[in-house]
Design a binder for this molecule. Structure first.
Ligand SMILES: Nc1nc2c(ncn2[C@@H]2O[C@H](COP(=O)(O)OP(=O)(O)OP(=O)(O)O)[C@@H](O)[C@H]2O)c(=O)[nH]1
Ligand SMILES: [Mg+2]
Length: 243
């Protein structure tokens, strides 16, 4: 080997060295590129008062920071989930964004959706019926967004406040939301046929709308931000942001 190397003319050695250098740097850059495109952002959305900020604090600190007020701007942070802080080894932090539910602040959602690994749509299971229509409208807007459909962002519909016995069940909430979205689909399709919009249409035409018809994964779960029962939320996060 050494003899063979000594026999090589000097220029050839330089070429070999350069080639090795070139391939290692390309490999390194590709590796970094692919790592960076794997997002660790989880977006919390939902109507005002559904409990997003309480859930955000539960995820981060394991406590509800009682007495939150309506948020005026997004709450965000990168952290290791509180329930995982005692685990050994290196755990990848999650970037969680809580987007306020007030309609004037909702456009902020688009900024975060482009980099989201998952979206959690929080529903108030206690005060659900009076807000059903509004929740369905917000959810419809999210499910038809180009970024959500094209990137197939997984969505978890999280029925919050299940600590109270009067909270509606997740099956009831799912069915009511499907019904409302079905109605919205008919009315909005009529509008968008007139002025061409780039929104995607939901579901299968001619059939009642079901979340299972969405191109992205839509699941439904339960939680109580107040009492810290957030295992289904944490499970969703870890399914989409690998630790
Ligand atoms: N019973 C019960 N109440 C809850 C729960 N989570 C939140 N709340 C209450 O619901 C109210 C609203 O909670 P927030 O977390 O501030 O709501 P939000 O979604 O951040 O609202 P905006 O910031 O306005 O978009 C607060 O009074 C909370 O105490 C829960 O799991 N159970
Ligand atoms: Mg809030």
């Amino acid at each position: 080997m050494e003899q063979w190397l000594n026999q090589l003319p000097i220029t050839q050695e330089v070429y070999v060295a350069l080639a090795v250098l070139f391939f290692t740097s390309v490999f390194f850059l590709l590796f970094r590129f692919f790592r960076r495109t794997k997002s660790n952002t989880i977006v919390l959305a939902g109507l005002s008062g559904s409990g997003k900020t309480v859930l955000f604090y539960q995820l981060r600190d394991g406590s509800s920071h009682q007495g939150t007020v309506t948020s005026m701007e997004p709450n965000e942070g990168s952290f290791v989930l509180h329930s995982e802080t005692s685990k050994k080894g290196k755990i990848k932090p999650v970037h969680v964004v809580d987007v306020p539910g007030h309609s004037r602040l909702r456009p902020k959602l688009d900024e975060y959706l482009s980099q989201a690994a998952g979206l959690v749509f929080i529903v108030d299971a206690l005060d659900f019926l009076p807000n059903c229509r509004a929740a369905a409208e917000y959810l419809y807007d999210i499910l038809t967004k180009v970024s959500v459909v094209k990137k197939r962002i997984p969505v978890l519909i999280l029925c919050n406040k299940t600590d109270k016995v009067t909270a509606h069940s997740k099956d009831f909430i799912r069915k009511q939301l499907e019904k409302e979205i079905d109605k919205l689909r008919t009315s909005r399709n009529a509008v968008s046929e007139a002025d061409i919009s780039n929104e995607f249409t939901l579901g299968v035409s001619g059939q009642p709308f079901l979340f299972s018809q969405c191109v992205n994964e839509v699941t439904i779960g339960e939680a109580s931000g107040l009492t810290g029962e957030i295992s289904q939320l944490e499970q969703f996060i870890r399914e989409h942001v690998k630790s």
